[in-house]
Design a binder for this molecule. Structure first.
Ligand SMILES: *Cc1c(COP(=O)(O)O)cnc(C)c1O
Length: 406
């Protein structure tokens, strides 16, 4: 299989599971294709005995009280757990809450949490502020570190290694298998923010203990939902995660869960198309004289590309572009402003293309991974490839214009 083909193979394969998982056979009287949206706070029971009995089922995705999750949320939890390859999933209010909730669930004062230097910025901020305030030690390892280098950062009190693959903004693909091994040898758990790899990276087959998803991205897929998911694959972890989620009041509203369930049914075909277009655009960008590097995991230029080849069954539609040194940040900003099909805005994973400068938005302890020249990030949507390339081409003209007039 060529690399070009393999960016969409995993998405193609996922189609049947996404279409059929979690849908019961229709009853005698018939039913709609999609489950009803159920809103509620109070659940009424015929007797105290039945209410108390139901209260025992908090680990079983049962509907006990609205704050413990609606039936719509529980449907979504089952589908996410199935796609991630875990046993149980907890839906939470945002992708960020999917990072913070398990950190709060599994850490205590005096523990050490070791994070990849390239984790999502708000995850880093949470560790630096909240976790430190509660007495947790925080440090980072370089995202391209070898096994022996990572081991140098592990401490006797390390309880969690937290990684994200590929890394936020700088796209280093991680050797997740190695990280899981190191974590387990030292009595720690490996957390993975698997948002980019949802459906195309099987976290639990590589030793991950807790897998994190921003459902805001590909699963809901239409830029109109904020929600997150935390998936685990063993009962001990599930009980710790579920108890903490209830104590923190974590859930997502039924409307957001319903929209995400609907989005998931078409995610395979959306992403197969978006991944193909993204690789075509990335390959075109590689040929441009203005471009120093394209940080796309399926291209050999990307740090950790060999781990993408080894472990992923497809690619996403989000990648980085580093410009050559003669261009300044100001030149790049003029180029970004000149794009018309690429919206300027945060987030990614919707059906529309987006651009976001990453220069100035990256914090790293180990400076080496941070590009010196201006860089931006592209999210490729469902637009026609040639239209996107034409838009980038005319934006490069604005870059030249601003370079010569600067
Ligand atoms: C967007 C994102 C999040 C946070 O998701 P929100 O729903 O916006 O809070 C977490 N991790 C990664 C990798 C993301 O891209």
């Amino acid at each position: 299989m060529t690399e070009r083909n393999s960016v969409d193979a995993g998405w193609q394969k996922l189609g049947t599971a996404l279409t059929h998982t979690g849908r019961a056979a229709p009853p005698e009287g018939g039913t709609y294709v999609n489950p009803p949206l159920e809103r509620g706070s109070t659940v009424l029971f015929p007797s105290l005995k039945s209410m108390n009995r139901k209260g025992q089922e908090r680990y079983d995705h049962a509907s006990i009280y609205g704050a413990m999750g609606s039936p719509t949320q529980h449907e979504l939890e089952k589908l996410i757990a199935h796609i991630e390859g875990g046993t149980d999933c907890q839906i939470v209010s945002s992708g960020l809450a999917a990072c913070t909730t398990p950190l709060l669930a599994f850490l205590k004062a005096g523990d050490h949490c070791l994070l990849a230097d390239s984790v999502y910025g708000p995850t880093r901020r949470f560790a630096e502020n909240m976790l430190r305030r509660f007495g947790v030690e925080i440090s980072y390892f370089p995202p391209c570190a070898s096994r022996s280098e990572v081991e140098e950062y592990v401490q006797p009190n390390t309880r969690i290694i937290f990684t994200e693959s590929p890394g936020s903004h700088t796209f280093e693909v991680q050797d997740v298998h190695m990280l899981a091994d190191v974590a387990h040898q030292h009595g720690a758990r490996l957390f993975l923010d698997n948002t980019w790899g949802f459906g195309i990276f099987a976290p639990f087959e590589h030793g991950v203990d807790v897998s994190i998803q921003a459902l805001t991205k590909y699963p809901s897929g239409h830029s109109d939902v904020i929600a997150g998911a935390v998936t685990v694959a063993d009962q001990a972890s599930w009980h710790i995660l579920r108890d903490a989620s209830i104590q923190l009041g974590q859930l997502a509203g039924p409307d957001d869960c319903w929209l995400t369930l609907r989005g998931l049914r078409t995610m395979g075909v959306r992403l197969a198309q978006q991944a193909r277009t993204a690789l075509q655009v990335a390959t075109w960008l590689q040929q441009r004289p203005e471009v120093a590097q394209v940080l796309h995991p399926a291209l050999p230029d990307c740090p950790g590309h060999k781990f993408w080849k080894r472990d992923f069954t497809g690619a996403g539609s989000l990648f980085g572009v580093v410009l050559n040194t003669p261009y300044t940040r100001q030149n790049m900003e003029r180029m970004v402003n000149a794009m018309s099909l690429f919206g300027i805005g945060a987030s990614w994973g919707g059906y529309e293309s987006l651009v976001l400068p990453t220069t100035g938005g990256i914090t790293r302890n180990f400076g080496t991974e941070q590009p010196e020249s201006p860089a931006f990030r592209l999210q490729i949507g469902l637009e026609n490839t040639q239209d996107l390339i034409a838009d980038l081409e005319q934006a490069f003209n604005a870059l030249h214009h601003s370079a010569s007039s600067a």
